[in-house]
Ligand binder design. Structure first.
Ligand code: MN
Length: 197
């Protein structure tokens, strides 16, 4: 955490990948933050949760994706900061590039962080707990991101808060697989079939 975009850029060849290099400025103060969940069909399928904090997208990889069931805690492994304009990225990362595979914008929207002047988001990240309020298309309401250990590299959990956005029966990963950006599914974005166009 806190690496800004150095690691992000070192891992990528921007002559090959169409991912953004990251020149976009941070949102104006008071404008609120954004979140995105990108379904990433790489060497293993996973979801990437990215939250706008202090001008970058703080990122976690979720091997099993998010859940809307408060009893269903989901592993969240911290990954490198991404540039803000990555929130709009959907497409194919070419073979040989870092994260090669297909990226689909599975959900996105606003993200409110429960911060005060004393406990800003950077401090909460260091302390290992973020309380989020998401207003996405598929995910809504409170979520807690909590680190399971003291070290910066420790893994985190993403846990749904019991509120009106919680639902034990709803299975959004399975039932709502399409992109909220383009309406496409993974195969269509990857160009594997034309059947879903
Ligand atoms: Mn990923």
């Amino acid at each position: 955490m806190g690496d800004e975009l150095g690691n992000y850029r070192r891992k990528r060849d921007f002559g090959t990948t169409t991912e953004p290099r990251g020149n976009q400025r941070a949102s104006r103060k008071g404008q609120g933050s954004r979140f995105v969940l990108q379904k990433h069909d790489a060497s293993t399928l996973h979801y990437d949760l990215r939250l706008e904090i202090e001008g970058t997208l703080k990122s976690w990889a979720l091997p099993k994706g998010p859940s809307v069931d408060p009893a269903d805690k989901r592993l969240a492994v911290p990954t490198e900061d991404h540039p803000l304009d990555y929130a709009d990225f959907e497409g194919v990362i070419p073979e040989g590039e870092y994260g090669a595979g297909t990226v689909l914008v599975w959900d996105r929207g606003s993200c409110e962080l429960n911060t005060t002047r004393e406990t800003d988001a950077e401090r909460q990240l260091r302390q290992g707990r973020l309380d989020l309020w998401l207003e996405g298309v598929k995910l809504r309401g409170g979520y807690t991101l909590v680190r399971m250990g003291k070290r910066a590299e420790s893994q985190w959990l993403l846990i749904k808060v019991s509120d009106e956005g919680a639902d034990r029966r709803r299975k959004p990963l399975k039932k709502q697989p399409h992109s909220v950006r383009s309406g496409k599914d993974l195969n269509t974005i990857a160009g594997r079939t034309g059947e879903n166009d």
